[in-house]
Design a protein around this ligand. Structure first.
Ligand SMILES: CC(=O)N[C@H]1[C@@H](OP(=O)(O)OP(=O)(O)OC[C@H]2O[C@@H](n3ccc(=O)[nH]c3=O)[C@H](O)[C@@H]2O)O[C@H](CO)[C@@H](O)[C@@H]1O
Ligand SMILES: C=C(OP(=O)(O)O)C(=O)O
Length: 420
């Protein structure tokens, strides 16, 4: 099992180029099978979720070649519509293949997806949107079956703007007969990217970036080449680390507009934030101030994926902060790990009350999920002494060479293999 060994207490300075977005590239890879031909993706991050999605596409009969940051998917020979459990359960995004396989073959079978263990994460909304387009859904003992002789455009209403259910609705509607109107959509930048990619492939999606998408079904899509945008959550991870360790860090290749809420929070905590067209610089010279209250929301609100890194900052500030988690009911496991490092965090339902003490001490901690891992790495870089973060396979799911990027900024962090 990989672990990260961090010698903390050094300020971070310098620039990094951010990787392509995990949550954009995965649904786009799923979408590639809607075209009975070739898709070329560039700026693809070297993360294990991409490797796992590649394996699923290959299992389904596609040919996938990965050279550097370029992925070439040839979906001509797709010959299966069943994803086995050992592959589907590796990540959340395997569920995206339901809509894509239905659109391509009229049939799909998979298992309840994996991904971060941060709550129940049901798939009822995914089933509901596909049913609205004429699919027959069956969920039994963790297996999910979908079948549609013909997908028909329809009216879809999402009572909650689920990211994944919006993406599945879009994927299925693109090849359905007639027009679909999806109301109550999620508007995350990764959904915008999926829609732009699909339009580039010949789909007809209007209302992109709004809560109402209008999709005119197409019987045939074509080959395309698409460059994945920078990962806003990875970018914010480096910027939050600059705030935790003091110093000044520039992240290149990210759109600052996607980070308005996370950057506003940093400013309130005393950081200096500068932005240009596709770069963000964060600096801190004094001490972090507490943040009276921040709550996670759907985009453009404060992202739940930055809740754990923010808990680290709150622990390092001096004074009381409150973090409210309104998206995932089980996403406070990071708090238990930060407490081992000397943080004072009390969980009250969906609120974490943090009595910031101005510092943390290095010790052995466990990455319970992807962003928990990122939060603990930030904590380790800021803490006094040595921190060992174990179970780093979670971190490798979503971050490309996190230790290498932090070393570029002056952080002392190495990846080691821990005996199990
Ligand atoms: C691969 C990917 O893109 N993952 C992101 C995606 O996850 P994901 O697509 O799983 O997140 P959703 O937006 O679907 O989930 C949000 C909430 O809706 C609930 N829900 C969801 C679907 C459903 O059928 N029924 C239901 O009740 C979930 O349990 C959760 O409480 O968006 C989340 C919210 O921004 C991010 O944290 C994840 O990083
Ligand atoms: C929750 C996350 O990922 P996933 O949905 O892939 O589990 C995340 O990226 O923080």
């Amino acid at each position: 099992m990989p672990c990260f060994v961090i010698n903390g207490g050094f300020p971070l300075h310098g620039e990094v180029q951010v990787q392509g977005a995990k949550n954009a590239v995965l649904p786009i890879m799923a979408a590639s099978i809607l075209n009975c031909g070739i898709t070329v993706l560039t700026h693809v991050p070297r993360i294990t979720d991409v490797a796992d999605m590649k394996e699923i596409l290959e299992y389904l009969g596609c040919r996938v070649d990965w050279y550097g940051d370029v992925l070439v998917i040839d979906a001509k020979c797709l010959d299966s519509c069943e994803i086995p459990g050992y592959l589907g359960q590796k990540m959340r995004s395997s569920i995206m293949l339901l809509g894509a396989l239905l659109g391509r073959t009229g049939e799909a079978a998979t298992y309840h997806p994996g991904g971060c263990s941060i709550g129940a994460r049901p798939v009822d909304l995914h089933c509901r949107v596909l049913e609205a387009l004429g699919a027959e859904m069956n969920v039994e003992d963790g297996r999910i079956f979908a079948r549609a002789k013909r997908l028909r455009g329809g009216e879809i209403y999402l009572p909650f703007p689920s990211v994944g259910a919006t993406e599945n609705a879009v994927l299925a509607a693109v090849c359905a007969e007639g027009v679909s109107v999806i109301r109550g959509c999620a508007r995350e930048p990764e959904i915008v990217q999926l829609c732009i990619f699909l339009n580039q492939m010949g789909a007809e999606i209007a209302g992109i970036g709004t809560g109402r998408l209008i999709i005119s079904g197409r019987s045939c899509l074509h080959d395309t080449c698409y460059c994945v945008e920078g990962d806003r959550i990875a970018a914010a991870t480096y910027l939050y680390a600059a705030a935790a360790c003091t110093g000044k860090v520039t992240v290149n290749g990210v759109c600052p507009e996607y980070l308005i809420s996370p950057l506003k929070a940093l400013e309130k905590m005393g950081c200096c934030v500068e932005t240009s067209r596709c770069a963000v610089r964060v600096g801190l010279t004094g001490r972090l101030k507490p943040l009276r209250e921040v709550r996670t929301e759907v985009y453009p609100g404060f992202p739940t994926d930055l809740q754990s890194p923010m808990l680290t900052l709150m622990s390092l500030a001096e004074g009381k902060s409150v973090m409210q988690e309104d998206i995932f009911e089980g996403r406070f496991r990071t708090a238990q790990e930060l407490v081992k490092m000397g943080a004072d965090i009390v969980i009250e339902g969906n609120r974490a009350v943090v009595a910031g003490r101005g510092g943390l001490q290095g010790c052995e901690v466990t990455a319970r999920d992807l962003r928990c891992g990122a939060a603990l790495v930030i904590a380790g870089l800021a803490a006094e002494g040595t921190t060992v973060v174990s179970d780093c396979h979670h971190i490798l799911r979503g971050y490309e060479d996190l230790p290498g990027q932090f070393r570029l900024l002056g952080g002392q962090i190495e990846e080691e293999i821990q005996e199990t």
